[in-house]
Ligand binder design. Sequence first.
Ligand code: NI
Length: 198
Amino acid sequence: MGTEEKLAAIREYVAGIFENDATGHDFFHMKRVARTAGEISVKEGADLFITEAAAWVHDIGDAKLSTDPAAEVERLHKFLHSIDCTTEEIQKISEAVKNVSFSKGSVPATVEGRIVQDADRLDAIGAVGIARTFAYGGANGQLIWHNSHTSGTSVQHFYDKLLKLKGLMNTSSAVEIAEERHKFMESYLNQFFEEWSG
Ligand code: NI
């Protein structure tokens, strides 16, 4: 299988897993992360196939989305073998997705991993990031906001995580994209609190 065919097969595989997700980690999240990661990969001179493949599969086996992460990762590796990915490619893809998650607080070891982390973080901010934050909060029973709660609300999540992401980007290409999305979130929050207390 050629590179394009492999990526098409991976996209179908990912669609089967995430098509019904209502927590902000649906197929279109994977699609945006893959597209953004691909664009950054070209600018940064990274391996485009490894970056895109890793971006597509980066949420497979995430503990907050899966009941059996290890089994899901094993199934993924078997699938990648079945579409003619080499052992080396599978290792590189695994390495790239290993430390993507914000909660682990790590910087991925490879440039492809750092790009996937940036692309995933870019999808957590801006207009789409705002929509995903409230979808995730709703799916997990969180309040929108509460005047006397300092944790566990969707709006608090902007302060705990989202407003920090611009400063945590690994590549300069990602920082450029983050600037505008960051400003949009700040203006959104200003308007939110005006209406909330007005
Ligand atoms: Ni993600």
